[in-house]
Design a protein around this ligand. Structure first.
Ligand SMILES: Cc1ncc(COP(=O)(O)O)c(C=O)c1O
Length: 455
């Protein structure tokens, strides 16, 4: 058989965590002997909006299916102009549309930015699982910056780290609103980070893909407004428009970047020529102001808010579990470290083993463990996504009968997202079982391993 030699930097990277998880779930399904396994999973792992693609976007796609010509590399002018207006209207950023480049998803655009920009990458952790494989594939220098104590980086920590880096240029990847914590940086926090960035000439890639999901939209402030000369803002259709499969994102370049944009254009032209033309036309409808789009954003962010509040409250009722309180997105970060002695006693020695064990029968619960979020392997934190429900039905029920009181909202979750309710109960059952299996005889050193009943 012919032997194929793989380039070293490809051998060095692993399958991205979300694909690993997918494969694991499929394999587990085919080998699980219990009849209940046909039930599937409590799906807290996948970062996909449950809602339908907005109708104006679908209609525009159908109408433009005949547009078979290549678009210009940076995107069609009408879309770039619409995106510039969208940012002005929603986020108060004044931009010439020449600063907007369209690409097949923000993931690709972030990769392209990392290709074109020399320098050491500063990656706040926990982080979205997409960044690290890109940094590795590009063989870039990088440093983690733990976001602490509450899931946000501080200007002090940033400054301390930067003082140790001697590269000519530094690039901070700021993900706001944040996946996995669901937290949103305030204007003041962004201003303080900007002070450090100005002082040390740090560039910022501000991944704002969840901006439009901010529950109280007035609380979202774009870094592009605070630090316009040094920020690359990325955003797109995937989350707020529930259209990840359309593969459309954009980047707004900082001010005064004509020359840099010409280099960027070379990369785009070399790698993918241009983004699909019909999809770009569909995106115009998604970014243009319309009553339908405004309603869509309002309803979907309210439902994310209701699901987020419920998940936050229900998880924090479990003794020992602490989570971030999401203000945007459809995620929160849950901290299970209070159970680490029990996990260790049950041979669950790291977060990957934790996420694998809770997926087993009878728990069937899929979540993203800390190692996939670029945390320490022994950090038993996990990302919980609250999207496992029929979004179309939930939207209809929300419009027919909008929940007004706190108890209406709980009823809304119970009626529209029973798998979220049952899944959280299952997490509690798993934790109880782990505790009781441990037959905990606490000694001064912690749990006495001799006393542990094997799992
Ligand atoms: C923080 C973050 N950035 C970027 C992306 C990717 O977005 P796109 O579909 O535009 O490539 C995701 C998707 O999960 C994400 O969570």
């Amino acid at each position: 058989m012919k032997k194929f030699i793989i380039d070293q930097q490809v051998e060095d990277i692993e399958l991205p965590e979300n694909l690993k998880l997918n494969t694991f779930l499929q394999e587990f399904h085919t080998v699980c002997p219990h009849p209940e396994c046909s039930f599937g999973f409590y799906g807290f792992a996948f970062g996909q909006s449950p809602f339908p693609v907005p109708k104006p976007v679908q209609d525009a796609l159908i109408k433009n299916a005949n547009k078979g010509t290549y678009a210009g590399v940076p995107g069609i002018p009408e879309l770039r102009e619409t995106i510039s207006q969208y940012n002005k209207r929603n986020f108060g950023i004044e931009i010439d549309s020449k600063r907007v480049y369209v690409g097949p998803g923000t993931k690709e655009l972030i990769f392209n930015l990392l290709q074109v920009l020399h320098g050491t990458v500063i990656l706040p952790t926990p982080a979205w699982l997409g960044y690290l494989p890109q940094i590795r594939l590009l063989k870039k220098n990088f440093h983690m910056l733990p976001a602490r104590p509450i899931g946000k980086i501080t200007p002090n920590d940033l400054e301390h780290l930067v003082l140790r880096l001697h590269d000519r240029q530094r690039i901070l990847i700021l993900n706001n609103p944040n996946n996995p914590t669901g937290l949103v940086y305030s204007q003041l926090e962004l201003e303080e980070i900007t002070d450090v960035c100005r002082k040390f000439e740090i560039l910022v890639i501000s991944d704002e893909i969840y901006a439009q999901t901010t529950y109280d939209i007035n609380k979202f402030v774009s870094m592009g407004r605070i630090y316009p000369e040094g920020t690359f803002v990325t955003n797109g259709l995937s989350k707020s428009h529930a259209a990840g499969g359309y593969r459309l994102g954009y980047v707004i370049f900082p001010q005064h970047t004509y020359e840099l944009r010409q280099h960027f254009k070379k990369i785009l032209a070399t790698e993918y020529t241009a983004t699909s033309t019909p999809i770009q036309h569909a995106a115009i409808a998604g970014f243009q102001e319309s009553t339908e789009m405004n309603e869509y954003f309002e309803i979907t962010r309210s439902i994310h808010h209701i699901m987020g509040d419920y998940t936050y409250q229900a998880l924090n009722k479990i003794e020992g579990v602490k989570t971030t309180r999401p203000e945007a997105t459809f995620y929160l970060l849950a901290n299970f470290n209070a159970f680490s002695d029990y996990f260790l006693a049950n041979k669950i020695s790291n977060s990957q083993k934790f996420s694998e064990s809770i997926m087993q029968h009878p728990y069937h619960t899929a979540l993203v463990g800390g190692d996939s979020l670029v945390l320490e392997r022994t950090d038993f934190s996990a990302r919980i996504a609250f999207v496992d429900y029929d979004g179309e039905r939930a939207m209809k029920n929300y419009v027919d009968n909008p929940p007004r009181t706190a108890s209406d909202r709980i009823e809304f979750v119970k009626n529209n997202a029973p798998k979220i309710v049952d899944g959280i109960a299952m997490i509690q059952r798993y934790l109880n079982d782990i505790k009781s299996k441990t037959n905990s005889k606490i000694t001064r050193r912690g749990i006495d391993i001799e006393e542990v009943i094997p799992p």
